[in-house]
Design a protein around this ligand. Structure first.
Ligand code: ATP
Ligand code: MG
Length: 284
């Protein structure tokens, strides 16, 4: 592997990245620097147009910086000769699953990526089975993707990425087009993948979803406004309001309870808060 001077633990590294779309006055990314380590679960939040998708497109080299540097799995995304390797290591789930569907049979769609890796036929079949299992879509393997629901389509797209055995998964608002149940399904899979050690970068408009991550990056007009654990980031309520972002309900509730002398810890996810409240109730 080429020596790029990146941090040895980093799986994604942005160094002073500036990027402007053509005919755009202000850059979409304006001097962004951060590092994501292998196995981390990071959420990216920010108002509409703050640069989240632009940032995501830089990770798998769909876009490359005007200045600065992006290293994905240690490879400089501006070097064309490593483009294929970067794309296979960094799976990018688009917001709209229809944009990512290519064939008329679910299993073929999932096999599409691995086939481009020139793997043995048996290996491809094994990967497709495993990936469909991971997203609970095994029973749909011979269906036409066009006839699936939005949530099912998105799970098939995710299976297609998993079949590539990527190092890092980037999910660009996977729940935006789904109902609450569809979102819960995707969320459960993402948490499971993260627990199994996959590096996950989740772009989301749902603050509750961001609380599931270990770290949250907040964008504001192409700049990094805040970065920290969910508890740290969501404690800056006034700043979040300026950024047109909500504080997750579970966190507000936990705070309200504490202010009334009910000792819940700084829980952030709804599940954690539920556990705490049950524990307190039962120990009365
Ligand atoms: N293809 C494009 N051509 C020109 N400008 C673009 C293009 N895509 C995005 N932009 C602009 O770049 C800025 C950042 O957009 P981006 O899509 O990255 O934001 P985002 O945070 O993903 O927004 P959203 O929450 O709406 O998805 C915005 O000002 C947007 O108008
Ligand atoms: Mg976007």
């Amino acid at each position: 592997m080429e020596e790029t001077g990146g941090s040895p633990l980093a799986i994604v590294e942005f160094k002073q990245v500036i990027y402007a779309y053509e005919a755009q006055d202000a850059p979409a990314l304006d001097g962004i620097s951060f590092t994501i380590e292998r196995g981390e679960f990071v959420a990216v939040i920010g108002a509409n147009g703050s640069g989240k998708s632009t940032l995501a497109r830089h990770i798998n080299a769909l876009l490359t910086p005007d200045s600065g540097q992006v290293l994905t799995v240690g490879l400089d995304t501006s070097h064309e000769k490593t483009l294929f390797e970067i794309r296979s290591c960094a799976g990018y789930l688009f917001q709209n699953p229809d944009a990512q569907m290519v064939t008329s049979v679910v299993a073929d769609d999932v096999a599409f990526g691995p086939e481009n890796l020139a793997l043995a036929h048996e290996e491809i079949i094994e990967r497709v089975d495993e990936a469909l299992g991971a997203v609970a879509m095994t029973d749909f393997s011979q269906r036409n993707p066009a006839h699936l629901s939005g949530g099912q389509k998105q799970r098939v797209c995710l299976a297609g990425l998993l079949a590539m055995r990527p190092d890092v998964l980037i999910l660009d608002e996977p729940g935006a087009m789904l109902d609450a149940r569809g979102r819960r399904g995707i969320r459960r899979i993402v948490r499971e993948l993260s627990r199994e050690g996959m590096t996950v970068i989740l772009i989301t408009h749902f603050m509750e979803e961001a609380t599931l991550a270990e770290r949250v990056l907040v964008l504001e007009q192409g700049r990094l406004a805040m970065m920290g654990t969910p508890v740290e980031v969501f404690s800056h309520k006034d700043r979040l309001r300026e950024l047109a972002l909500d504080v997750p309900f579970s966190l507000l509730l936990a705070e309200e309870l504490r202010s009334r002398g009910i000792e819940v810890p700084e829980t952030v996810t709804p599940e954690e808060l539920k556990e705490e409240l049950c524990r307190l109730y039962l120990s009365r």
